[in-house]
Ligand binder design. Structure first.
Ligand SMILES: Cc1cc2nc3c(=O)[nH]c(=O)nc-3n(C[C@H](O)[C@H](O)[C@H](O)COP(=O)(O)OP(=O)(O)OC[C@H]3O[C@@H](n4cnc5c(N)ncnc54)[C@H](O)[C@@H]3O)c2cc1C
Ligand code: HEM
Length: 395
């Protein structure tokens, strides 16, 4: 536990660092990648270019520092980040590197204002925060279904909608036995793919949600070609264009805490509401599958939005699953025909409900804002952003 003096200094200096937060983390990344170019194979090049990770790390360290005397209250947020760290294979030895360059950047940006007392206090605070992550990640490494990035072979690749390809892969790793029959995958989780795309000087890692937790044919995920803003998405285009049946790819074991609330699965008086858009259907489909396998009597509301019928992914699979449920309401919204999944629709949802949402960031923001305005408690709304999750709330 950090000393009282450290806690006081850290809390008193948070506002100054918040003011310079973006500059500090920009300097931090520049210096860290100069000294450790091997880390460019772990960090997401596009997030770096677009400044996404900068914001996430800065706000998280500051938010954690504010809670230095009660770090345990941040466990839900740390858990979500640690899942990503474990999936990306961030190791304990990486933490001192980040600590060293973060402290260096604070010194560089604050100049003389960063006296020894301040630097020592932040050093102690960072070690304390890093320790929480390292300990949690140690448990996650122990529980992971396999070690590191293992080799899998693509046994099936099919188009499930315009620009969405589904992959089924089986383990063929030479260094470890991965017996899928012995695994129970959790619906809602994601695997992480490690690729070496021709368009980049570095390796590129990306997460893809399982669209089914069944492993009888292999591990199943689906990828949308991500070509927004006239920029070609590095990994999604590589998987679409260069990875075919028979090829091998590297995957780390499933991760993530977006999952069905087990306590409510059996409760037929609290409906399950599944809302998704576009390729955001993937984790939601596996959650639907898990609910029906466990309790098909629970009322289910399925709402899905996409551009048009050609972009509608997995409709057949959804209909097959819904056919075995007892009490179902299904709504499909095609933007092209002007039918929107908007606040008017959200207002028709029952309360209380157990709600799961996945889609693009703007879609999710609008759904979450709409649900919050309708007084659906945020503890009942679960969501999985397909990008860096909102960082810790500084309160
Ligand atoms: C937990 C989780 C689960 C996920 N599950 C899925 C899933 O099931 N299916 C799925 O398809 N995706 C999923 N994703 C998203 C996936 O991980 C990738 O982010 C996605 O495939 C894009 O990666 P990419 O390398 O193709 O694009 P990137 O190269 O990372 O680019 C991302 C976006 O930024 C744009 N861009 C790139 N450079 C610039 C620039 N300079 N200026 C402006 N825009 C730019 C690109 O056009 C693209 O739209 C998930 C993500 C997370 C975090
Ligand atoms: C206490 C220290 C750390 C904090 C507070 C922290 C915080 C975060 C946060 C908030 C995210 C975004 C999570 C999301 O996507 O939802 C993240 C992702 C990530 N972190 Fe950390 N992190 C820490 C240490 C490290 C270390 C030591 C490394 C490795 C050198 C690392 C590498 C990454 C990578 C590669 C990502 C994925 C995002 C990307 O590539 O852009 N982190 N971290």
């Amino acid at each position: 536990m950090a000393s009282v003096q450290t806690i006081e200094i850290v809390k008193a200096t948070v506002p100054v660092l918040e003011e310079h937060g973006a500059t500090i983390t920009t300097v931090f990344y520049k210096n860290m990648f100069n000294e450790h170019p091997e880390l460019l194979d772990i960090f997401n090049e596009t997030n770096q270019k677009l400044g996404r990770q900068q914001t996430a790390l800065a706000t998280t360290v500051l938010a954690a520092a504010k809670h230095l005397d009660k770090l345990e209250t941040l466990l839900p947020q740390v858990t979500q980040i640690s899942h990503k760290h474990r999936a990306l294979q961030i190791l304990p030895e990486h933490y001192p590197i980040v600590g060293h360059h973060l402290l260096g950047a604070i010194k560089e940006v604050l100049g003389e204002a960063a006296n020894d007392d301040i630097i020592n206090a932040w050093s102690e605070a960072y070690d304390e925060i890093a320790d929480v992550f390292i300990q949690l990640e140690e448990t996650m490494y122990e529980q992971a279904l396999w070690d590191g990035f293992a080799t899998f072979k693509v046994v099936e690749k099919s188009a499930v909608a315009t620009d969405i390809a589904a992959f089924t892969v089986i383990p063929v790793d030479e260094n470890q036995v991965i017996d899928l029959d012995k695994f129970t995958l959790t619906a809602g989780q994601y695997i992480t793919v490690k690729t070496d795309p021709t368009d980049s000087d570095n390796l590129a890692l990306r997460h893809y949600s399982l669209y089914s937790a069944h492993t009888d044919e292999g591990i199943k995920f689906a990828v949308r070609r991500d070509n927004r803003n006239e920029h070609y998405g590095l990994v999604s285009n590589y998987l679409h264009d260069e990875v075919e049946v028979g090829d091998t790819i590297l995957l780390s074991a499933p991760a993530g805490d977006f999952a069905l609330n087990q306590d409510l699965m059996g409760q037929n008086d609290i409906p399950l509401v599944l809302i998704s858009a576009g390729v955001g259907v993937t984790p939601i489909l596996s959650i639907l599958e898990a609910q029906i396998a466990s309790n098909p009597k629970r009322p289910i509301i399925w709402a899905y939005a996409c551009q048009n019928e050609q972009h509608h992914a997995f409709d057949k699979q959804v209909n097959q699953l819904l056919a075995s449920a007892k009490d179902v309401e299904k709504q499909v919204f095609y933007f092209d025909s002007g039918k929107l999944l908007d606040d008017r629709y959200l207002a028709t949802l029952p309360e209380p409900a157990d709600i799961y949402v996945c889609g693009s960031m703007p879609f999710m923001e609008s759904i979450i804002d709409g649900l919050t305005a309708l007084n659906h408690g945020l503890d009942k709304v679960h969501y999985e952003p397909f990008g860096p999750k909102m960082s810790l709330q500084a309160s």
